[in-house]
Design a binder for this molecule. Structure first.
Ligand code: FAD
Length: 117
């Protein structure tokens, strides 16, 4: 199959949406187990990301910028920063991370297995 840039970009937009929304719902005070699991989840997201070039590049970025799993705020800001490093690499605009948690409201209300405060 030939590379298809439009599809690759569509994949990227959907993947980033899930990535940021997941981080915006991570607990404020995660347990040690949740911290380990988030780290594993992001590492596997990177390793199995369907675009090979993207996966390779993102794994290098993860190595240099280890995921911050201490709280929702630090994880979400870290995710925004990583996306900005990809934006920089692709010569795209840098995103303002100050309202990252509000920007990625999942629309799923209060109830969540993870976080129901
Ligand atoms: P996207 O970058 O897809 O962003 C979607 C929307 O998210 C934007 O419109 C904006 O509203 C918001 N946004 C932008 N920046 C941020 C931020 N920092 N934090 C939060 N929200 C933000 N493509 C390649 O060609 N080469 C690669 O190596 C590559 N690596 C990738 C690695 C990963 C892990 C992912 C998920 C995607 C990768 N992509 C790569 C795809 C690329 O990042 C874009 O998704 C794609 O080019 C479409 O870009 P876009 O301009 O529509 O906006």
């Amino acid at each position: 199959l030939m590379p298809d840039l439009a599809k690759k970009q569509e994949l990227g937009r959907h993947a980033w949406y899930l990535f940021h929304t997941t981080l915006s719902r991570y607990p404020d005070e995660p347990t040690t187990e949740q911290q380990t699991k988030l780290k594993n989840y992001i590492e596997l997201f990177a390793e199995f990301y369907p675009c090979g070039e993207c996966s390779y590049h993102f794994q290098q970025l993860l190595f240099k910028n280890p995921i911050q799993v201490k709280s929702r705020q630090t994880a979400a800001l870290w995710g925004c920063h990583l996306h900005n490093l990809v934006n920089e690499h692709l010569k795209k605009d840098i995103y303002d991370c100050t309202t990252i948690l509000e920007d990625y409201d999942c629309g799923c209300g209060e109830f969540s297995e993870f976080n129901n405060e």
